[in-house]
Design a protein around this ligand. Structure first.
Ligand SMILES: Nc1ncnc2c1ncn2[C@@H]1O[C@H](COP(=O)(O)OP(=O)(O)OP(=O)(O)O)[C@@H](O)[C@H]1O
Ligand SMILES: [Mg+2]
Length: 394
């Protein structure tokens, strides 16, 4: 029978396993894969695997009839020496095998390592990070696509709604004039002549209804214009320039605008830290603060508290807007940043507030988090970097 030299065997193992170490029956290293040469050559079981004895190796060893069976054996966690661990780049799973057919040429132990079956906590965390980055990427791609669509729609609707609005004003003026004209006629023309004509045309009803109709239509048009503006803001959240500014000024300004709405609903508690100026687009951040504050206020059903908290954490600043309102249904949590997602009655919310805020925070290379408990309240937390990392093209 052909006898393999130990060199030939090494080549074969190198081909079969990511990394391997062959030990003789005393636990001395006979050979190892190329990548482990520096840390394993000339070493021993004790040096490489502190805490592992030959007896344990015997127990762990699984006798195979053929190499094909290799993948069926469970991998195990073993403590590795520091240099070996480093060389294996975090691999902690290994199998100890003896191949029956090779018993003659390999009387000791074969320890093989796998990279891809890493199931350590570290790799799980990496997987989670990857997953979260993927979904963030998808979210921002979705936002960009919707932004473009929104810009197109806003542009298309802007012109017609502009002339509908201005024609409505003119039309309303004309109708006022016509009504006045008819009223003047009632002073000149004898009533018995004019009244039957006016009744025939339902003049009194038309005159009264006209005001309500015009006012309702005007409100409708104004609402459409508001939505168009929101859509435009949403799609243009990248136009203005970054400057150094303190977000506290923006918070105060925004508070003074919304104060009227808040007066009867919420006590505003400010828990503000000393903050440095950050590189930002202040008008956009004000919009984020405004959206979050208005949402918080809407979430409060009778009376409650809204807390505004700011902190600096190393190279980041944190802004929290916390309410003790009705909270967010867990089934909605995944959807609140979607454009047009709203639980508010028709005409009350466009569902663009959080989508817009998310896109603005993204533009600032920050992130926005939410924690909520139904019946207890909600906390929106915005993280913003002190400085904007420049992309290469800048
Ligand atoms: N602080 C909060 N507490 C409870 N629910 C909230 C809170 N903030 C947001 N939500 C939920 O998220 C939904 C989406 O919010 P978003 O600000 O995007 O839209 P909206 O407030 O409904 O409309 P608008 O476009 O006028 O802001 C809300 O309809 C509400 O259901
Ligand atoms: Mg909102």
């Amino acid at each position: 029978m052909h006898q393999f030299t130990s060199e030939q065997l090494s080549k074969l193992f190198e081909f079969l396993f990511d990394s391997f170490i062959c030990l003789d029956s005393e636990g001395k290293v006979i050979s190892c894969s190329h990548n482990l040469a520096q840390v394993a050559s000339g070493g021993s079981l004790q040096q490489l695997f502190p805490g592992l004895t030959l007896q344990q190796l015997d127990v762990m060893q699984i006798h195979l009839q053929s190499v094909n069976e290799l993948l069926k054996i469970p991998a195990m966690d073993v403590e590795l020496s520091a240099p070996l661990k480093q060389q294996l780049a975090g691999t902690v799973r290994m199998r100890v095998v003896s191949i029956a057919a090779m018993a003659e040429v390999l009387p000791g132990y074969l320890i093989c390592f796998e990279y891809e079956q890493l199931a350590s906590a570290e790799s799980e965390q990496l997987q989670r990070q990857l997953q979260s980055m993927k979904s963030q990427l998808m979210q921002s791609e979705k936002m960009a696509a919707i932004g473009q669509l929104a810009a197109g729609v806003a542009h298309e609707i802007n012109n017609p709604i502009g002339y509908v609005s201005s024609n409505l004003q003119t039309l309303s003026e004309y109708c006022h004039q016509l009504i006045r004209l008819i009223e003047r006629l009632t002073e000149i023309v004898p009533a018995e002549q004019l009244q039957p004509i006016l009744s025939e045309h339902d003049f009194n009803f038309m005159r009264d209804d006209f005001h309500a109709l015009v006012q309702e239509s005007d409100e409708g048009v104004q609402r459409v214009i508001e939505i168009i503006h929101a859509l435009k803001d949403f799609s243009h959240s990248g136009d203005e320039a970054f400057v150094q500014a303190n977000i506290h000024r923006g918070i105060q300004m925004t508070l003074s605008i919304v104060n009227n709405e808040f007066k009867y609903k919420a006590e505003v508690v400010q828990d503000l830290a000393e903050l440095p100026d950050i590189e930002c687009i202040p008008s956009q951040l004000n919009q984020v603060v405004m959206n979050l504050l208005v949402n918080a206020c809407h979430a409060i059903e009778v009376r409650g508290t809204i807390t505004i908290r700011t902190r600096q954490k190393e190279q980041w600043i944190m802004l929290e807007i916390i309410d003790d309102g009705k909270g967010i249904d867990p089934a909605h949590l995944d959807r609140i940043f979607e454009p047009f997602f709203t639980t508010k009655p028709v005409g009350k919310g466009t569902g663009l507030g959080l989508a817009l805020s998310h896109s603005i925070v993204n533009t600032h290379q920050g992130r926005i988090e939410v924690e909520s408990k139904v019946g207890q309240g909600t906390c929106f937390r915005v993280w913003l970097p002190l400085r904007q990392a420049r992309i290469a093209a800048d």
